[in-house]
Design a protein around this ligand. Structure first.
Ligand code: B12
Ligand code: SF4
Length: 743
């Protein structure tokens, strides 16, 4: 039996809300590789190695068996990890297949790292590859040109993951791919297309049920835009409201959507009632000129603050994507963004600098304007290079409205202000006060309220500052020394405090003033008991350990004050929001930790760029546009070329690939002179397709499977898809290199 290992590399954290971290729970179930696993025939053994769950792979890592093939996925920002993993696998002589969003936009970057490359979605190409691989004739590159129907996406094979699924913080389910919008900085339209393609609702429900059975309590719908097709989203949400009620404990959902969701009250109600905890919304900027510049038009002609408040009034907390460094941003943008986020009461914004990823129109523009960085200064392609430092706290462009140094400084300053406890507290309290309608999930408040923590905060709130500090110090000592003794210590503290309250009441009756607990005596006494418990070495349960970590996290007076303040406010204003508020508090703690880690890296980067003689490295890629005049001619000649290529190719499954080669070659030859079309162009096009077909037929053995039949152009949008890929090949000037590598 053949054996395949699929690897999902870990995410290196940046200044974001989410991400895996070696020392924490794995973040999200690795749906990419679990989907590829499900696309593999059952007679092949497939295992998944998720670095978030199973550990970071190094030279000493021992796999449970000898694999015949390894598949690796990855985002562009993970290139450092991907490269290291490939080096280790190569040194062991294991062939490597690679797919995912990074390979899909820049296959040329990965040509040297892997043996087999998968560009685009793998629902059709992976099964084809497996057949060819088993037959001993795999190709070097598999490219999906026509976007597959989402009903072809199988239910991810979670059983391939050897580990406790309930350790994942979030489960992943994908309901749709694609987004109808066209923001200049985003590669989603390029990778997944403008048309929102979706899975049938019953399949989505089965995927949720599968994860719920595995103990997953929260699910992130990993869609580009959950409301890309409003009709579908509405019908899915209606089903979700009913479906979620059948679980004794409701699954909490999260997803990404565009701001126009604010227009549909009925949908916001459905989101709330289906038990969505929050939405990620690409807000980007309060600067309307910047929004116009980046073609985020759905955010331009609306009152963003009012929209955000309306969405949040349904109990949906918003994680907003925020970008600084657009061409229309000057240094005043940092204050504007700050005021805006405070006013809109967004608890948890993610803030990034404008970056130009591969496959985006922004990248082409930056390149044309000589503002695109390359080499070690390009965080997108070389994230682990010395000079780069951090994938998500840097940019590969030169801003227009300020210097790079000003951008770095303003960015860091904005983060500092946003993560400050006082400012966070103000946004959180505003968010909670803005609630208009409790979610109707059919679950009682008591069932969702994290009662122990709330009670603990109540007790803290009833103490004076000195007692709070003393109690926290004892608890922290316990958490560090003997977490197993936690429960007893809390019990002793509670007894002590109750006793003191009782004594004070009696003192009051007889006219005596209150007396505080003498912490100087009580503190050391409890600590001695804790040390004795530590010597016994009893291990703490997971729950108690988590409680210990929580206490340690809020030990700082400023943090504690914010916790008490926000929780008390929520209790008084919208108690049904307590569990969501607590989650946001924990996220704020994480953000502050990340900021502490990333701050010195940004400072170092600023120092580096200020060093006399420091020179940035600029990109000098070719930028070749397909002439507009060609596009109408193309529409008339395409059907004929397609027919000829399809009929004459021995291996019909190569038709799309052959068409890409024909037009790339033709355009590369004629690009400068294509302002009008003459007979010799037609003759050359014929010669080109005949050439490519002949090459295909002689160089390649006929494939074993045909994945594409004669195309219905209207339905498949084949001419557009082919031209899109050709355009990309030409723009990067990499067409020849990639095609040469695609055996
Ligand atoms: C969920 C998600 C996240 C999660 C990831 C959680 C996790 N641990 O997995 C979170 C929120 C953390 C996240 C973070 C980021 N993300 Co994100 N994210 C997504 C999202 C919405 C869904 C990804 C997903 O699960 N898709 C579902 C699976 C089934 O699709 P897939 O991975 O494409 O897999 C298919 C094919 O690619 C292929 N395939 C995949 N792997 C393999 C492997 C093999 C061997 C084979 C044969 C095939 C194959 O087969 C699959 C089936 O067709 C995508 C958008 C999207 N539609 O994919 C963006 C996306 C992947 N993210 C993106 C980006 C840029 C980021 C950030 C850098 C954003 C930021 N600035 O902070 C960070 C990464 C930070 C870091 N430190 O690296 C980009 C990636 C661009 C690129 N070219 O790499 C995307 C495409 C969206 C976008 N344009 O913004 N993200
Ligand atoms: S709305 Fe979001 S997913 Fe759609 S193009 Fe814009 S940034 Fe990309």
């Amino acid at each position: 039996m053949k054996k395949i290992l699929l690897i999902s590399p870990i995410f290196e954290s940046g200044l974001r809300v989410f991400g895996d971290d070696n020392d924490r729970r794995p973040f999200m179930t690795p749906i990419s590789v679990a989907t590829v696993a499900a696309l593999t025939p059952p007679d092949i053994q497939v295992d998944v190695w998720d670095e978030g769950m199973h550990g970071v792979i190094d030279a000493n890592t021992v796999f449970k068996t000898d694999y015949d093939l390894v598949g690796v996925t990855g985002y562009s920002t993970q290139i450092g990890r991907v490269r290291s993993i490939c080096q280790i696998l190569r040194s062991r002589g294991i062939p490597i297949a690679m797919g995912g969003p990074a390979v899909s936009v820049t296959p040329d970057v990965y040509v040297d790292m892997a043996d087999y490359l998968f560009v685009g979605e793998a629902e059709q190409t992976w099964p084809l590859f497996i057949k060819e691989w088993l037959a001993g004739s795999p190709r070097r590159m598999y490219r999906q040109v026509i976007k597959p129907n989402m009903s072809e996406a199988p239910i991810p094979r979670w059983s391939a993951i050897d580990g406790e699924m309930n350790r994942y913080f979030l489960g992943a389910v994908q309901t749709s791919r694609g987004c109808p919008y066209d923001c200049e900085f985003c590669d989603v339209p390029f990778i997944f297309g403008h048309l929102s393609r979706w899975k049938p609702v019953p399949q989505v429900l089965s995927e949720i049920e599968a994860l719920q059975k595995l103990g997953v309590e929260s699910i992130f719908f990993v869609d580009d835009n959950f409301i890309g097709d409003l009709k579908y989203a509405r019908s899915l949400l209606k089903e979700l409201v009913v479906f979620n009620r059948k679980f004794p404990r409701r699954v909490t959902f999260y997803t990404q959507a565009t701001l126009n969701v604010a227009r549909y009250d009925d949908m916001l109600e459905l989101f709330a009632d289906a038990n969505f905890g929050g939405l990620f919304i690409g807000v980007e900027s309060p600067n309307k000129e910047s929004l116009k510049e980046t073609k985020k038009l759905q955010n331009v002609y609306t009152d963003i603050v009012a929209d955000l408040k309306k969405i949040q009034s349904y109990g949906l907390s918003i994680t907003s994507g925020i970008i600084v460094g657009f061409d229309h941003d000057t240094t005043s943008i940092f204050d504007e963004q700050f005021e805006f986020l405070q006013e809109a009461c967004i608890p948890m914004p993610t803030i990034g600098m404008l970056c130009a990823p591969m496959g985006t129109r922004l990248r082409d523009r930056m390149l044309a304007e000589g503002r695109l960085l390359a080499g070690d200064d390009d965080p997108i392609r070389r994230p682990n290079a010395e000079r780069f430092l951090m994938p998500t706290a840097n940019t590969n462009i030169i801003p227009a409205g300020m210097s790079r140094i000003e951008l770095f400084q303003g960015y860091l300053g904005l983060h500092e202000r946003i993560r400050d406890w006082g400012n966070f507290s103000a946004r959180m309290k505003g968010f909670v006060s803005n609630m208009k309608r409790p979610p109707q999930t059919g679950q009682s408040e008591q069932e969702t309220t994290p009662e122990r923590i709330i009670r603990f905060v109540d007790v803290l709130a009833s103490m004076d500052d000195q007692s709070q500090t003393a109690v926290m110090e004892i608890l922290q000592y316990t958490a560090n020394t003997a977490p197993a003794a936690f429960v007893q210590v809390i019990a002793r503290l509670v007894i002590r405090l109750r006793y003191r309250a009782l004594v004070n009441r009696i003192r009051g009756w007889v006219g005596l003033s209150n007396r505080n607990v003498n912490w100087d005596v009580v503190g050391p006494r409890i600590k001695r008991a804790v040390s004795r418990a530590a010597r016994r070495g009893t291990a703490a349960s997971d729950r108690v350990e988590r409680m210990g970590k929580f206490i340690a996290a809020i030990a700082e007076p400023e943090t504690r004050k914010a916790f008490i303040d926000i929780i008390q406010h929520t209790k008084a204003t919208a108690p049904y929001m307590l569990s969501r508020v607590l989650r946001l508090l924990v996220m704020q703690l994480r953000q502050r930790e990340m900021l502490a880690r990333v701050r010195p890296l940004i400072v170092k980067r600023i120092e580096l760029e200020m060093t006399p003689g420091f020179q940035l490295e600029f990109a000098h890629e070719n930028l070749t546009e397909i002439p507009a005049s060609f596009k109408s001619w193309y529409k008339t000649v395409f059907p004929g070329v397609y027919q000829n290529v399809y009929q004459n190719l021995a291996d019909k499954s190569r038709a799309e690939e052959a068409l890409i080669q024909v037009f790339t070659k033709f355009l590369t030859r004629w690009q400068d002179s294509l302002d009008r079309f003459e007979e010799h162009h037609v003759t050359d096009l014929e010669a080109t397709w005949a050439d490519i077909v002949e090459k295909e037929n002689t160089e390649r053995k006929p494939s074993l499977a045909i994945v594409t039949g004669p195309a219905d152009f209207k339905k498949t949008r084949l001419p557009d898809e082919v031209l899109r890929v050709v355009q990309n090949e030409l723009r990067r000037g990499r067409g020849a290199a990639v095609l040469a590598g695609a055996q």
